[in-house]
Design a protein around this ligand. Structure first.
Ligand code: FAD
Length: 664
């Protein structure tokens, strides 16, 4: 076979993973003409230019919708995550929960040593309707300020998720494995008798019901409002496909253990890029990396895939006409829409795969969920209790969380093995991978499990191993929505300490609140939003009005509703990422109701499967049409599935317990 060219458009999670696995993967067959071999060409295009290395510098840290931001842009300083920030750790067992491909990739790239816990507080601070409280305080004597059906305000807001899913799932019934969930997306129905007043009835298919519609029907306006305000994410309660939202919001998910990388989540993408460069060189495959170049249009022809490019400087004008043997569109829905628009009006010969009606139908199967993050650095961690003092409502950031790694550590330290066995098997409450608010409740649970008192030394040993500094979040209905506490995480530990928080993490409608503050009071907009590629340029400095607005809401959250903005000190630096801007136009995606989302996943990854009599080597990979939307895992899984099923590459891990996309 003559020399092949494979072109990847998008150097984010899906694009880099595709490049890596094309170079690193093993063939399932002895003879496989689809494999890249010596002399072949691998092209990697991106609209942006990420700072991968000294040799390949850029305007911001890599990872596309992942974007680590270091104070003063110095990698030795503390950092915040202004995009994706963590993954669900998988312990490697066949039934273990977690993000298997991200965990595996981190291992393969030898980054396991950099992987650190990134867990949530067991007792978050909330401020709803100007009432400040901790989740553990909510009960019938101190209800949240809502008038919900069935006194839902007497319990934590997330209990609303449990009430909604109770139409089909309970603690002891319903899907648990990934395969069972995929089946549920197709077949899940309301399986309880509903009151006559309910819009939805027993037997109704959940995939045909919008989650907001069902939530409203189940909880009423007040109850739904409480859930929507109090869970922190508007994207968790949009009118998405109910069957999928049940999984996304599943309250019975056991053993969730979040992790991140100590140098920031972007460091995963530095390493992937480096590995791609290394492997291409080793294998004699030419790697052509084109930053600041975008795919403009794409057409299938009998002799291959024809495409045109444009430059970042002049993103609409034709730069080059090119050809490849396989094209991977590793980009989100909005970016694909732009390519489809240009392809639609091109007069080039060939089949316009992206604009076939069925392909368009499936491309539109997802909702776009804009999101917004604003990071602030301070010279004190004023939000928590320290020797220097405490705000009125400090974030409770210390939890007790015992992991399997902790058990191993205790074993080595000579902690009694019969105690450890009982701790590992404890239920009601589970001790392993379960968060405890404070030391007393943790030690009580341990002593109940072992049916003995711990000695002073044992108590100290186990509580030191389990003590965890968490990230919060705090949650509010104010437009800051969620505050995530990173603190001082500088690597070298030298120099003056600088403490970071995500002062605001919000999505959907709340993003528009901050957008209008991107310009000061005397500024008129000069760049059309459709041309403002701020997320590609990198974190942008906040205006003084935005900073003052943030301080005012942070003061209400931590010092009480009437507190003046000046309670919160002047920050050292404040920057934002507006994920509602191009080329992303969404932080993440969710499936709409009235779609067979398994069929969407299977077909859209090779869209010509939807076009009669056409077999085109155009592929779509990425988070958007995945089984794990809003996660890097989804980007990796779609890419893995394409490479396994259309390029004959052996799966990176056993797919038996973990189908990468919804199976047939
Ligand atoms: C605020 C926020 C919080 C998140 N939290 C988490 C989290 O904690 N954990 C987690 O795992 N995930 C999280 N996510 C989601 C995660 O970041 C994404 O799912 C993942 O990064 C998507 O990867 P992707 O490769 O599919 O797409 P993208 O990251 O969007 O990459 C697409 C790439 O394509 C490029 N591109 C676009 N158009 C073109 C074109 N025409 N030609 C060439 N290149 C083009 C873009 O410049 C970009 O580099 C979060 C996302 C956001 C925004």
């Amino acid at each position: 076979m003559s020399k092949k060219t494979y072109s990847i458009f998008g150097a984010g999670a899906a694009g880099l993973y595709t490049a890596w696995r094309l170079l690193d993967g093993k063939s399932k067959l002895a003879k496989n003409e689809k494999m890249l071999v010596k002399g072949d060409v691998l092209e990697l295009y991106d609209w942006g230019k990420y700072d991968f290395s000294k040799k390949n510098p850029g305007t911001r840290e890599p990872g596309a919708r992942v974007c680590t931001w270091h104070y003063k842009d110095d990698k030795d300083n503390s950092y915040l995550e202004l995009g994706g920030m963590r993954y669900l750790y998988w312990d490697g067992t066949p039934e273990g929960p977690g993000h298997r491909l991200v965990t595996k990739t981190i291992e393969e790239l030898d980054l396991k040593k950099d992987s650190v816990p990134f867990n949530e507080s067991a007792d978050p601070l909330m401020s709803l309707r100007s009432k400040n409280m901790y989740i553990s305080d909510i009960n019938s004597n101190q209800p949240a300020p809502y008038f919900a059906n069935n006194y839902a305000q007497d319990a934590p807001p997330d209990d609303g998720f449990t009430t909604i899913q109770s139409v089909a799932i309970t603690q002891t019934s319903g899907p648990t494995t990934r395969r069972e969930w995929c089946k549920f997306y197709e077949e899940g129905r309301i399986n309880i008798d509903m009151p006559d007043s309910s819009v939805y009835q027993k037997g109704d298919l959940l995939k045909e019901i919008g989650y907001w519609n069902l939530g409203y029907d189940m909880l009423g306006q007040e109850g739904f409002g409480y859930l929507s305000d109090g869970n922190g994410y508007s994207s968790n309660v949009v009118n998405s496909n109910s069957a999928q939202s049940f999984n996304v919001n599943d309250e019975f998910l056991p053993g969730t253990e979040y992790k991140t990388l100590i140098k920031g989540y972007s460091s995963l993408f530095d390493s992937l890029f480096e590995e791609v460069e290394k492997l291409a060189k080793q294998k004699g495959i030419t790697l052509n990396y084109y930053p600041n170049v975008r795919l403009r249009s794409i057409i299938h022809t009998k002799s291959g895939v024809n495409f045109t490019t444009a430059t970042r400087k002049d993103p609409d004008a034709l730069a080059e006409r090119k050809k490849c043997d396989a094209a991977f569109l590793a980009m989100p829905r909005a970016a694909i829409d732009l390519v489809a628009q240009a392809s639609r009006y091109s007069d080039d010969e060939g089949t316009d795969v992206l604009n076939h009606e069925k392909v368009q139908l499936y491309l539109e199967s997802v909702l776009m969920e804009p999101s917004y993050k604003i990071g602030m650095f301070f010279d004190t961690p004023w939000w928590r209790t320290t020797e220097a003092g405490s705000p009125t409502y400090p974030a409770k950031l210390t939890s007790y969380f015992l992991t399997q790694e902790g058990i191993e550590k205790l074993k080595k330290e000579g902690f009694p093995s019969n105690y450890l066995k009982k701790i590992e098997s404890a239920k009601n409450p589970a001790i392993l991978v379960n968060s405890f608010n404070d030391k007393v409740s943790f030690i009580t649970a341990v002593e109940n499990a072992i049916e003995e008192r711990l000695t002073f030394k044992q108590e100290k040993q186990i509580s030191t191993v389990a003590e965890l500094d968490t990230i919060g979040p705090s949650i509010t209905d104010m437009p800051i929505r969620q505050v995530v506490y990173f603190g001082d995480n500088a690597r070298d530990g030298k120099g003056k300490k600088v403490y970071g928080i995500l002062a605001s993490y919000d999505d959907i409608l709340y993003a528009t609140f901050w957008k209008a503050l991107e310009l000061g009071p005397d500024a008129t907009r000069e760049i059309p939003e459709s041309r403002d590629v701020q997320p590609l340029e990198g974190p942008r400095e906040a205006t003084p009005v935005m900073v003052k607005m943030l301080r005012s809401q942070l003061a209400s959250l931590h010092f009480g509703p009437q507190a003046d903005y000046s309670y919160v000190p002047e920050p050292l630096e404040t920057k934002y990422m507006d994920w509602s801007l191009p080329p992303f136009n969404a932080g993440y995606h969710a499936y709409k109701s009235h779609y067979n989302l398994g069929d969407v996943q299977r077909k859209i990854r090779k869209p010509s499967q939807l076009v009669p009599n056409t077999d085109s080597e155009i592929f779509i990979v990425g988070e958007t049409y995945s089984n794990d939307q809003a996660w890097v895992e989804g980007a990796f899984c779609t890419a893995e599935s394409v490479l396994n099923d259309f390029f004959g590459i052996e799966p990176i891990i056993d797919e038996k317990y973990y189908p990468f996309i919804s199976p047939e």
